[in-house]
Write a protein that binds this ligand. Structure first.
Ligand SMILES: [Zn+2]
Length: 352
C-alpha cells in the first residue's frame, strides 16, 4: 500500500514537471549523488538477496538512464573536491561498488567500460588472496537453494537442532549456528571452507561447482590489477570486512587493507567505506589518524557541503528499486522525500 502510494506520488510529481525543476535547481547543483552497488548476479543471487544483488540487465538499464539523461558521472575524488570548491556540474553523480566481488569484474566492469563511466570499488582484501567463497554468504546462499525443506538432523555439521529452511529467519539461524561453531573452534579459513563444503554435501549441492563459477568470491590480485589499469579507482573497505571496536584492531584493519591494495595496484587509497554501513563516533578519530579523507555510509541521501567528510551518504540501489524511484534520486526529488533514518542495512555482513 505504502509502496504504491509512493509510486503514485512520484508519478504525479514527474508528470507535473517537478523532477525536471528540481534537477535543474541550484539546490541539486550544489549536491552530489553517490550511487552504491554491491553484487551483480552471475546467476540467481538477486533472488537470494535482492537488497544486495542486482541483475546485470538492471544495472545496464540504470547506466542507460544516466547516459540518456546526460548526467555527469565523475570520479569520486574529483566529485568530492568539486563539491567543496562549489564547482560541481549540474546533476552530478558518482558510482561506487562495495566489496570488490568477482561478479563486479565479470558483470559490472565491462558495462562501465562500455559506457565510459568512472567508478570506485571499495575493496575488502582478505579473500582476495584466498580464492574460496565468502563463508557466511555461501552458507546462506546454499541454504536458500534448499528453501522449503526441514532437515531433521544437523549433527553431521555439528549442529544440535534440526535445520528448518522454510523461512528466512530459519535459514539465518542455521548460518548463525555455523558461524558460532567456527568461532568456538577458532577455525582457520581452510577449516571454514571445509565446513561449507560439508554443508554443500549435506544439502546435495555441488559446492565445488559453485567454487568453480566463482559465486560469492572476491576478485583475485590479477583481476584487481586489470580493473585498476583500466581506470577503476580502488579504495578502502577493511581487510576482513569488519570494524573492531578497539582502536588498535580497527586501525590494523585499515592498514592491512591499504597495504594489500598498494602492493597490488600501486596506489595509495585514502577513501573509505564502512563495511555493512556500521559506524561509531570513535571511528572518526581513528580514520583521521590513518589519513583517511572520506568515508561513505549506507545511509540514503545526497551529499552537500554540510555533510561530514567521514559520514557521507549514498543512494543504495538494488533489485527492489523501480526506474521511477531511481530517476527521482537522480533528479534530487528522492532525497527531498526520504525520511531521514540512521543506517538500516538489512544484509548480513561478510565475516571471515
Ligand atoms: Zn561491504
Amino acid at each position: 500500500m505504502l509502496r504504491s502510494l509512493k509510486r503514485a506520488t512520484l508519478r504525479a510529481l514527474k508528470t507535473a514537471g517537478v523532477f525536471r525543476a528540481v534537477a535543474a535547481s541550484r539546490w541539486r547543483r550544489d549536491r552530489l549523488l553517490i550511487l552504491c552497488y554491491h553484487g551483480i548476479s552471475l546467476e540467481d543471487e538477486h533472488q537470494w538477496r535482492p537488497g544486495l544483488y542486482m541483475q546485470p540487465e538492471l544495472l545496464e538499464q540504470r547506466f542507460e538512464m544516466l547516459k540518456r539523461g546526460r548526467y555527469p558521472v565523475l570520479p569520486l575524488a574529483e566529485a568530492l573536491q568539486r563539491l567543496n570548491a562549489g564547482s560541481l556540474p549540474s546533476r552530478s553523480v558518482a558510482i561506487t561498488f562495495d566489496d570488490g566481488t568477482y561478479d563486479f569484474y565479470r558483470q559490472a566492469f565491462p558495462l562501465l567500460k562500455q559506457y565510459a563511466f568512472p567508478a570506485t570499488v571499495y575493496q575488502t582484501t582478505y579473500y582476495m588472496d584466498y580464492q574460496r567463497p565468502v563463508f557466511s554468504l555461501i552458507c546462506s546462499y546454499m541454504l536458500w537453494k534448499r528453501r522449503g525443506t526441514v532437515l531433521p538432523d544437523g549433527s553431521v555439521l555439528g549442529l544440535a537442532e534440526p535445520l528448518d529452511l522454510r523461512t528466512e529467519a530459519g535459514r539465518h539461524q542455521v548460518v548463525q549456528a555455523l558461524l558460532g561453531r567456527t568461532v568456538r573452534e577458532d577455525m582457520t579459513g581452510r577449516q571454514k571452507d571445509d565446513l561449507a563444503s560439508k554443508l554443500g554435501q549435506f544439502l546435495q549441492i555441488d559446492y565445488e561447482g559453485l567454487v568453480a563459477k566463482r559465486i560469492l568470491q572476491i576478485m583475485n590480485p590479477q583481476e584487481l590489477q586489470e580493473i585498476a589499469r583500466d581506470g577503476v579507482d580502488v579504495q578502502l573497505h577493511t581487510h576482513r570486512h569488519r570494524t573492531p571496536e578497539k582502536e588498535e584492531l580497527f586501525r590494523r584493519e585499515i592498514r592491512d587493507n591499504r597495504e594489500r591494495i598498494r602492493a597490488v595496484v600501486a596506489s595509495n587509497p585514502v577513501h573509505f567505506c564502512y563495511p555493512s554501513g556500521v559506524y561509531r563516533t570513535e571511528f572518526f578519530e581513528w580514520l583521521a589518524k590513518e589519513q583517511v579523507v572520506s568515508a561513505t555510509t549506507c545511509d540514503n541521501g545526497l551529499v552537500s557541503t554540510k555533510s561530514q567528510s567521514l559520514l557521507i551518504p549514498r543512494y543504495i540501489d538494488n533489485q527492489f528499486r523501480t526506474p521511477l524511484e531511481f530517476e527521482s534520486w537522480l533528479s534530487g526529488v528522492g532525497d527531498l522525500l526520504a525520511a531521514r533514518r540512521a543506517a538500516t542495512q538489512k544484509y548480513v555482513p561478510i565475516e571471515t
